[in-house]
Ligand binder design. Structure first.
Ligand code: CP
Length: 314
């Protein structure tokens, strides 16, 4: 069995190139499994995984649940909106209570950066960070890079630009780290107020002109505008129409290029804002490949972490 030396998956930070290679190799095997008529393997039989979502999610929650079911785990789902969190219970107490019911692994989405790290310091089961505020979303970056590796063979020397609302994104930081581990050159592009100053210290190029960035990159990863996180008295840009005019990925922009980049979007998409429908729905778009690969990559992460529990021998 492939080995993975970490007790948790809290972020891309701390992973090595070998760790990512092991995850991708395992994901490739699970992708074959989920494309067979019988899509299930018994790898996590007898293990129980809790999906604790303190923030909304469609793709990540369903993808983790499907991954767990394909591995034959028992699954419990928790949503903060209908829980005792509303009555003042702390995160650690909520999770300790769930663990007392004999849960073996936790998938956590939380609005606060560092929540998964905090929980990992308090409880003794593997934690997978499914997005902590504006900090990291490691399985999203892994599935994005896995999808690109399938398409391009290698990311070594490839030019990847992440467009849009970098400031409020957890996908951006995890992607930068994962892409750099795999040898890609990374650029971020967006309006000045939506790119935090510290990004230039991560070894990425910063560009504010979308057409220049599109001319540079082999891959465009377009992030959504996170209006729900912006909450500033002074808006970060004048209007959604203005944003679309300056930073919307449109067919006209793509058609002006000598060679169009591969387009990724982690979802959920704001059609007509950061991406036009004609681009999102192009035949060569790989946005739904990202979603398909998400299940295989999450199966790989669950399987590798369960290996440390001694519960994943087939
Ligand atoms: N990409 C992503 O994290 O989507 P959800 O918020 O729907 O999980």
């Amino acid at each position: 069995m492939a080995s993975f030396s970490h007790p948790h998956l809290l972020g891309i930070r701390g992973l090595s190139r070998d760790d990512v290679d092991v995850i991708f190799q395992t994901a490739k095997e699970f992708k074959d499994v989920i494309n067979r008529p019988i899509k299930k393997v018994p790898s996590l039989r007898d293990l129980t995984v809790a999906n604790l979502f303190f923030e909304n999610s469609t793709r990540t929650r369903l993808s983790f649940e499907l991954a767990q079911k394909r591995l034959s785990a028992d699954v419990v789902n928790f949503s903060a909106a209908s829980s005792s969190v509303k009555k003042g219970e702390t995160l650690a107490d909520t999770v300790r209570n769930i663990l007392a019911m004999k849960v073996d692994m936790v998938v956590l989405r939380h609005p606060h950066p560092g929540a998964a790290h905090y929980l990992a310091s308090k409880i003794g089961v593997p934690i997978i960070n499914a997005g902590d505020g504006t900090h990291e979303h490691p399985t999203q970056a892994l599935l994005d890079c896995f999808t690109l590796t399938e398409r391009l063979g290698t990311l070594e020397g490839k030019k990847v630009c992440i467009f849009g609302d970098i400031r409020h994104s957890r996908v951006a930081l995890s992607n930068v780290r994962c892409l750099q581990l795999l040898g890609a050159e990374v650029m971020v592009c967006g309006p000045v107020p939506l790119i935090p100053k510290h990004f230039s210290s991560l070894g990425v190029k910063v560009e504010h002109d979308m057409d220049a960035a599109l001319g540079w990159c082999d891959v465009a990863n377009v992030l959504r505008i996170q209006l729900e996180r912006q909450g500033a008295e002074v808006p970060f840009f004048p209007s959604l129409e203005e944003y679309h005019a300056q930073y919307g990925l449109t067919a006209e922009r793509m058609d002006r290029l000598d060679s169009a980049p591969i387009v990724l979007h982690p979802g959920p998409m704001n059609r007509g804002v950061e991406i036009a429908s004609e681009v999102a729905d192009r035949e060569d778009a790989i946005i739904l490949d990202q979603v398909e690969n998400g299940v295989a990559v999450r199966m790989a992460v669950l399987y590798l972490l369960a290996g440390r529990l001694g519960g994943s021998e087939d």
